[in-house]
Write a protein that binds this ligand. Structure first.
Ligand SMILES: NC(=O)c1ccc[n+]([C@@H]2O[C@H](COP(=O)([O-])OP(=O)(O)OC[C@H]3O[C@@H](n4cnc5c(N)ncnc54)[C@H](OP(=O)(O)O)[C@@H]3O)[C@@H](O)[C@H]2O)c1
Length: 269
């Protein structure tokens, strides 16, 4: 495993050179990867895994346009596309990629299918880190792992199609089989990661909550929005930021985010 120094701290990093695709495919031999949820991360990860030669099925509720989207992407009902519970039953690896709220709601449906030796996979540390509140308490005899791509599922797919990888964090919460590390790294490579940075579920959720949801979506957007409300026009609200070159980076980020204030679209699309 490579070691890189970031800000004086040593980090464990897995690269595609040391864990190539054929090694990942070998590690996943005999596994059925059930991607549960076909929102933003679901399609990016499922399609990349499929194109990388893994055995993938998708679990999606049927009475939804998202089911039709999955069909349009080539998933075949009854063969590679199933209702959520059926996919969870068939999968040996359950990639839990419903929205974070739906993960809580659907937990009683998923849990009975987490039988000994399976792996439960997340792309966000939220459900497990706050398990006393979310109720997502996994059985002791399964692996619990995380791959969190550092971008949207759309970027993950776009970069994959361009022959590039998006960096991801990886973490192990529970290693019941002794194979959790091999499984998580193989899946990280399979979904199209570039570098894989080791983390924990807690660190992933704290960095996400403070960095993305707090600073990016909250603080910076809020500062810019407050100025916008005060001045009433984008150009005027830009002016105080422009005066300071040290603020230029902040300003660019804020300018990019500002239209979201009046948008109903979720940020993570
Ligand atoms: N968005 C990102 O780029 C991103 C980046 C990094 C990590 N993550 C993490 O990845 C995970 C998935 O996030 P996401 O943004 O891809 O999720 P999302 O787009 O919000 O997830 C939507 C999926 O959840 C299903 N769903 C929602 N409510 C449901 C319900 N009550 N019953 C059954 N299905 C329901 C949707 O089905 P319908 O379409 O039928 O509603 C759809 O399949 C989360 O843990 C998130 O924190 C996301």
């Amino acid at each position: 495993m490579a070691k890189l120094i970031f800000g004086g701290l040593e980090e464990n990093v897995v690269t595609r050179e040391e864990f190539p695709l054929d090694k990942a495919q070998q590690a996943m031999k005999g596994e059925t990867i059930a991607v549960i949820g076909y929102g933003v991360q679901g399609p990016g990860q499922a399609l990349n895994l499929r194109d990388n030669g893994f055995n993938v099925i998708v679990g999606q509720r049927r009475d939804s346009k998202t089911w039709d989207k999955a069909v349009a992407d080539g998933w075949v009902p009854g063969e590679t596309l199933f209702p959520i519970e059926e996919a969870a039953r068939r999968g040996t690896i359950i990639q839990y990629l419903l929205s974070d709220a739906a993960q809580i709601a659907l937990w009683p449906t998923i849990k009975p299918h987490l039988t000994a030796g399976k792996a439960l996979y997340f792309s966000h540390g939220f459900g497990i880190t706050y398990k006393e509140r979310t109720g997502i308490v996994p059985p002791k005899d399964i692996d619990v792992i995380l791959i969190a791509p550092k971008g949207s599922g759309t970027s993950l797919r776009r970069m994959f199609l361009a022959g590039k990888g998006l960096n991801s964090s990886y973490a192990i919460f529970q290693d019941a089989t002794g194979r959790a590390h091999e499984r998580v790294v193989a899946l990280g490579i399979g979904v199209g990661s570039g570098y894989l940075f080791e983390t924990t579920f807690k660190k992933e959720v704290y960095s996400d909550l403070t960095g993305e949801r707090g600073t990016l979506m909250g603080a910076i957007q809020g500062i810019f929005a407050a100025q916008y409300d005060h001045e009433g026009a984008p150009l005027a609200s830009w002016a105080p930021f422009r005066a300071s070159s040290r603020l230029s980076t902040t300003c660019c980020a804020a300018a990019a985010i500002a239209p979201l204030k009046h948008s109903t679209k979720p940020w993570r699309n």
